[in-house]
Design a protein around this ligand. Structure first.
Ligand code: FAD
Ligand code: NAP
Length: 483
């Protein structure tokens, strides 16, 4: 027989928190209905916080695609499966009885934010950054000048990018930008097929990559080695790529040893790795690199000014040689000189950052910063509207940062509920929006439907010895969901 410990209500209150008690008496009429737009990390972490902090709140997650998880599915590189483990946490949230996933609903197109506000106590915009920054230079629209975002979508089975016209029948590639996305692109181009074929990379990409002639990838930054945006783990991975040699020029890094000690820790370790890779490689690495058949090269202080093409084919990039200005060691500005340089290549990737877009005319939007203007997640001058993740901060930060932001926005929603700033009177949540969507004949995808797609993808992957083969066609996803 179990003996329940005697526990008084004061102890219970301490254990469960003040707000749990306050909400425990919530009548069904006042049940808060929260709508989250977007099922990436920001959406799921915000949902998790609200469900945890309020015992009665109901959370609906609306997603434009028939499948969940945003960039964890369509961004994170296929050879980084450990990063995708967050999907287990998201799945636990989605299976909470008070959470409803509704996929294949594009907010701003299938349903307006005004309609959502009529149905929900709070609406949290967590729809990420679905576009990318452009360079606005001559030749940028030429064939084989490819946005890194689209290329990532292509190898990750994002439906809109599955037919990306990327021609890998070239030896030299230039990647413009020196962030982690640039390194993801370079790594996928240079990793042996025998490694990639064991990942969940899309089969169409694997087929194209196995015919690729790419031998050399330039990764070009407008500033210097102290300003690179990629991080140490990703750089180290590049130095360990089989059959591939790093090329870092001595004149770019030879003086870095004098400043390394003055750098903040993450930047110091990263800079040390750049320095050692060039100046003090181990005997093993030197031997391996001397035999490699492929290479990647870091180029600094170069800004693209024109992409050259001949007869519809890219022939190279013209770049301005920059000078760095500013007293601070790291925060320097690139200023173009009159000197130029040319790099021959047959393929160019623009990897200079993602960009959020406004999805509904009633949304305030800061087009310069590319964010929904907000204070701690509350959308400015729009009570009941909140935002979280990349659409609230701009397209920077890893999943951990997005998680912290998602939890913060969740807490703000809970606080506004507690303070009575938002109320639930007359809000019926998905009951109301389903009426609208059904009247439009919209097929909505539930989380159990996703389970079917998931199962089918795993089954298809097993044929190739892969963890999954993603379905990259929306109508096929919907067919499997309905089966
Ligand atoms: P997203 O993940 O983009 O989610 C937004 C969701 O909203 C998407 O599902 C989208 O389909 C949906 N949506 C968009 N518009 C609408 C609409 N109108 N209606 C309904 N839904 C909509 N971080 C790491 O920690 N490790 C990594 O290895 C890593 N790799 C990355 C690789 C790439 C290529 C990129 C770009 C980022 C990577 N990151 C990584 C960063 C990480 O992906 C982001 O921090 C995180 O995904 C941002 O979350 P989010 O929810 O704001 O946006
Ligand atoms: P990013 O980290 O912001 O890097 C963008 C790069 O583009 C920078 O080198 C930037 O240089 C350059 N750039 C911007 N505008 C330019 C211009 N007009 N001309 C030339 N260069 C320009 O963006 P990202 O690589 O897209 O990554 C987005 C976020 O996702 C980052 O936080 C990243 O860490 C994260 N991510 C993480 C992983 C991972 O953890 N493995 C993988 C992928 C992405 P300046 O510095 O000079 O502006």
């Amino acid at each position: 027989m179990y003996i329940l410990p005697r526990i008084c209500s004061r102890h219970l209150r301490q254990l469960l928190g003040k707000s749990f008690f306050r909400y425990a008496s919530t009548s069904s009429q006042d049940v808060p209905h929260v709508c989250i737009v977007g099922s990436g990390p920001a959406g799921f972490y915000t949902a998790q916080q609200i469900l945890k902090g309020h015992p009665a709140a109901r959370v609906d997650i609306l997603e434009k695609l028939p499948v969940p998880f945003g960039l964890v599915r369509f961004g994170v590189a296929p050879d980084h499966p450990e990063v995708k483990n967050v999907i287990h946490t998201f799945t636990t949230t989605a299976r909470n009885q008070r959470c409803t996933f509704i996929g294949n609903v594009e907010v701003g197109k299938d349903i307006s934010i005004e309609d959502l506000q009529k149905a929900y106590t709070a609406v949290v915009l967590a729809y990420g950054a679905d576009d990318d920054r452009t360079l606005a230079i001559k030749g940028e629209d030429s064939p084989n000048v490819i946005s890194a975002r689209s290329f990532v979508g292509w190898f990750n089975g994002l439906p809109q990018d599955k037919d990306l016209p990327v021609d890998l029948d070239v030896e030299n590639v230039v990647i413009l930008g020196q962030g982690n996305v640039a390194l993801d692109v370079a790594r996928i181009l240079l990793t042996p097929i025998s490694i990639l074929q064991k990942t969940d990379i899309s089969q169409h990409a694997l087929d194209a990559l196995s015919r690729s002639r790419v031998k050399k990838v330039y990764i070009v930054g407008r500033r210097g080695p102290l300003q690179v945006a990629f991080t140490i783990k990703e750089l180290r991975e590049m130095t360990k790529l089989p059959d591939c040699r790093p090329v870092i020029h001595k004149e770019d890094v030879e003086n870095l040893d004098k400043v390394i000690k003055d750098l903040p820790r993450p930047r110091r370790r990263l800079t040390e790795l750049l320095y050692k890779t060039c100046m003090e490689p181990s005997d093993t690495d030197t031997h391996l690199w001397s035999q490699a058949s492929k290479e990647w090269e870091l180029r600094f202080r170069l800004s693209p000014i024109e992409i050259n093409e001949r007869e519809g084919k890219v022939t190279g990039v013209k770049l301005a040689v920059n000078q760095l200005q500013g007293d601070d060691l790291i925060n320097k500005k690139a200023v173009a000189t009159s000197e130029t340089e040319h790099i021959d290549c047959g393929l160019v990737f623009r990897s200079i950052g993602y960009k959020s877009i406004p999805i509904d005319p009633i949304l305030p939007f800061d087009t310069r910063k590319g964010i929904i203007p907000n204070i701690k997640g509350r959308v400015k001058e729009k009570p009941g509207l909140y935002c979280s993740g990349w659409v609230s901060t701009g397209p920077v930060g890893v999943i951990l940062n997005t998680m912290t932001g998602g939890f913060e926005t969740g807490k703000i929603v809970l606080k506004d509920l507690e303070d009575g700033i938002i109320t639930s009177e007359g809000k019926r949540g998905n009951e109301m929006i389903k009426e609208i969507l059904e009247s439009k004949g919209k097929q909505m995808v539930t989380f159990s439907d996703w389970d079917k797609i998931d199962e089918e993808e795993i089954k298809r992957g097993s044929v190739f010895g892969k963890p999954r083969e993603k379905i990259a066609d929306i109508s096929e996803m919907l067919r499997v969901a309905k089966s």
